[in-house]
Design a protein around this ligand. Structure first.
Ligand code: C5P
Length: 334
């Protein structure tokens, strides 16, 4: 019985990691596509898309809690009242990762508006480094020699990917492109720090208490909604008053929103059944996929050999990380 239970949990671990690879790849590509393809009328507001994804995620998590309680409306109502509204201090704990995720979710649109999908993904792998540092300092996880070594290789790889390659010939264009590239890179770097911190913080909360991961995600989402709406009014208030919250939405926008919401669910499952560092591992595999697709299908990116070398280093580093001295399964007890 115990063996069957452990097998089921390990299956869930690999299923959730596999789904994460597919979700990350399709989200990056559709988001990039949606931000660069200019159709008729105004482009959709990224801040509004973040809010829509948050709403969808809350809805999906509520359905999952409903299912967990054998589809009883009364039980759902009781769980939500008791666990979310009657425990304000517990709920408030989630405000921290939620605020950080909202910032991060908005930054990723800035990043993908200015960087091609492959450069973005490889640079974003630096979040493995920040996640490891936060896991060491906040969860007391210990890293082996190979793991520190792999983090060094990771940094070298990301530096190579960012290496300046052939600039456009026209000087004004060069300036413009360098400027927006910088904005994109800064957005990714800040997102790396926030991803590491918020992920580890969420893992800590999840592993220290017994509450269902979906209830935790509803708590996270509720704050996300409030912060996200604040971002809409601060950054795009004027535009919303002019053309509405859902201006420029099309089918691709809704696909991005759905994929982003799905990401929230899958990431929560991965943090529960695997851990944050394995999560980085899954996104590295998705780099290979999106680089190939970006090159063959979208043709929005032409890899140089330095880029290729950097990507190889990032991938090698990721595998090396998982190679030795597997981190203790429950770091909070380590
Ligand atoms: O890149 P990273 O792995 O940090 O991405 C985290 C994403 O997952 C964010 O978009 C965040 O809003 C979402 N998330 C979530 N629920 C969780 C953890 C993360 O929706 N429990």
């Amino acid at each position: 019985w115990a063996a069957a239970l452990s097998m089921a949990s390990s299956q869930l671990k690999y299923v959730s990691l596999g789904v994460l690879v597919l979700q990350t790849t399709s989200l990056v590509l559709t988001m990039r596509y949606s931000r660069t393809l200019q159709g008729e009328g105004p482009r959709y507001l990224a801040s509004s898309a973040v809010v829509s994804a948050e709403l969808l995620k809350i809805l999906a998590c509520t359905l999952l809690v409903f299912k967990e309680h054998s589809y009883s409306l009364r039980a759902l109502n009781r769980v939500i009242t008791e666990e979310i509204f009657n425990k304000p201090m517990e709920t408030l704990k989630l405000a921290i990762p939620s605020g950080i995720y909202t910032l991060q979710n908005n930054l990723l649109y800035v990043a993908l508006s200015n960087l091609d999908a492959a450069t973005y993904q490889v640079t974003y792998q630096l979040k493995i480094l920040t996640t490891a540092l936060f896991s060491v300092s906040m969860l007391g996880r210990r890293l082996g020699v190979y793991q520190w070594l792999s983090l060094l290789i990771l940094m070298a790889g990301v530096a190579l990917v960012q290496w300046p390659s052939d600039f456009p010939a026209v000087p004004e264009q060069r300036q413009l492109s360098a400027g927006s590239q910088l904005a994109g890179v800064v957005a990714v770097l800040v997102a790396c720090c926030s991803s590491g911190f918020a992920g580890v913080y969420f893992e800590k909360i999840l592993k220290e208490t017994k509450q269902s991961v979906w209830v935790r995600n509803i708590q996270l989402g509720l704050f996300g909604l409030v912060f996200g709406l604040m971002a809409v009014f601060v950054y795009d208030g004027e535009r919303v008053r002019e053309s509405g919250m859902f201006q420029g939405y099309n089918r691709i926008t809704w696909t991005v929103v759905a994929l982003q919401a799905l990401g929230g669910l899958v990431i929560a499952a991965v943090i529960k059944y695997a851990d944050n560092i394995l999560k980085g591992f899954a996104t590295s595999v998705s780099i290979i996929l999106s680089t190939l697709i970006s090159y063959f299908w979208l043709q929005d990116f032409d890899p140089t050999s330095i880029f290729f070398l950097g990507t190889v280093l990032v991938i090698v580093a990721t595998f090396l990380y998982g190679y030795e001295g597997k981190p203790s399964p429950n770091p909070s007890r380590a």
